[in-house]
Design a protein around this ligand. Structure first.
Ligand code: SF4
Length: 333
């Protein structure tokens, strides 16, 4: 199903002359390791699998690879987001080879757009031409935006960067999203105020995200209200090179203190309940991956706010229009 670009990997390993290579894989690709390792084994290159979490290209483990004596890093499942690397690095995007047409045909009743923006995760950007052809044949004009600061391809979005959809919002009736999961299409709906039809080529189904996310807003208002009762806040920044927003974290600590709350800056690699719950804060603020306060909320006992929600809690911004947390390259530092 996935294209692991064996020939490109072989060429990279030959060209670099590496004897030891580090490999990063997201959890969803771990079961394909026996196939992934083939070009490494064929060329006699020692493979070291960095088996920690790997949610995005933001999580580039070049420093760890170097500490382990690896000469190169091969990062699977994500596109390069331009962070730079301490050693030669190859990104293998693991594009998915699935038939899209059946899934699109099923979604047709929901596609009541004259003009649609088309967005996808990197696994599907290679199929966007096919989607454009299909939708055009149905009389829907299709527009692609981007790439933006952290993405490589036109139409590509990340959980933390829906810039290419936002740029198109004024000129389209709605969006078609190609990919799995709810977080990306929810983000596009919130950031653009437009309907999003999410077509899942893996399950073959589709889901509609309305422009006004009533349930989501109700939930986030409740989270903010719960956090507002708190006195002490843990403000979490990540040490992952593509999630680091240290200055924003410091500014939030400063702001919370100015407003009479206790606030502490916590730096962790992987933001998890285990890493922060022992501090016993009343509430947490996540200045790392924007997915964590939303997708992982149930894992935390305490309310976890986004940076925008801190402003809402302190009465410095209205909750609507809701501002999705996004990361840009300028945030680094
Ligand atoms: S910060 Fe989060 S959403 Fe953005 S690329 Fe990394 S894992 Fe994905």
């Amino acid at each position: 199903m996935y294209d692991f670009e064996e020939e490109r990997v072989r060429e990279f390993l030959r060209r670099t002359g590496a004897k030891r290579a580090a490999v990063q894989l997201p959890a969803g690709l771990a079961r394909f390791l026996p196939g992934i390792r083939r070009p490494f084994d064929e060329l006699g290159v020692e493979m070291v699998v960095l088996a920690g979490t790997c949610y995005g290209a933001c999580d580039l483990a070049d420093d760890t690879a170097r500490k382990l004596g690896c000469e190169v890093l091969v990062h699977y499942g994500h596109a390069d987001m331009g962070l730079g690397s301490a050693l030669p690095t190859l990104f293998v995007e693991a594009r998915i080879k699935v038939d899209l047409v059946d899934s699109l045909r099923q979604a047709l009743p929901a596609l009541d757009f004259k003009r649609a923006g088309l967005v996808a995760t990197v696994q599907h950007v290679g199929q966007l031409e096919e989607v454009v052809r299909f939708l055009s044949a149905q009389g829907i004009e299709v527009v692609l935006g981007g790439p933006s600061s952290r993405t490589r391809y036109r139409g590509q979005i990340l959980g933390c960067d829906v810039g290419c959809a936002k740029a198109l919002a004024p000129v389209v009736d709605g969006f078609v999203y190609i990919g799995t999961g709810d977080f990306h299409p929810l983000g596009v709906a919130l950031a653009t105020g437009k309907k999003v039809v999410a077509v899942n080529p893996v399950s073959g189904g589709f889901k509609v995200f309305s422009p006004r996310q009533e349930e989501f807003l109700k939930w986030r208002k409740a989270v903010v209200a719960r956090a507002a009762l708190g006195k002490s806040f843990g403000v979490i920044v990540s040490t992952k090179k593509g999630q680091s927003r240290f200055n924003l974290g410091r500014n939030i600590v400063k702001l919370l203190r100015q407003e009479g709350r206790q606030a502490h800056l916590l730096a962790v690699d992987d933001v998890s309940p285990e890493a922060v719950e022992n501090f016993n804060f009343d509430a947490l603020v996540c200045v790392a991956c924007p997915r964590i306060p939303i997708d992982d909320a149930e894992r935390f006992e305490r309310p976890v706010l986004t940076p925008f929600e801190v402003l809402v809690m302190l009465g410095k911004a209205p909750i609507e229009p809701y501002q999705l947390d996004e990361v840009s390259l300028e945030d680094r530092g």
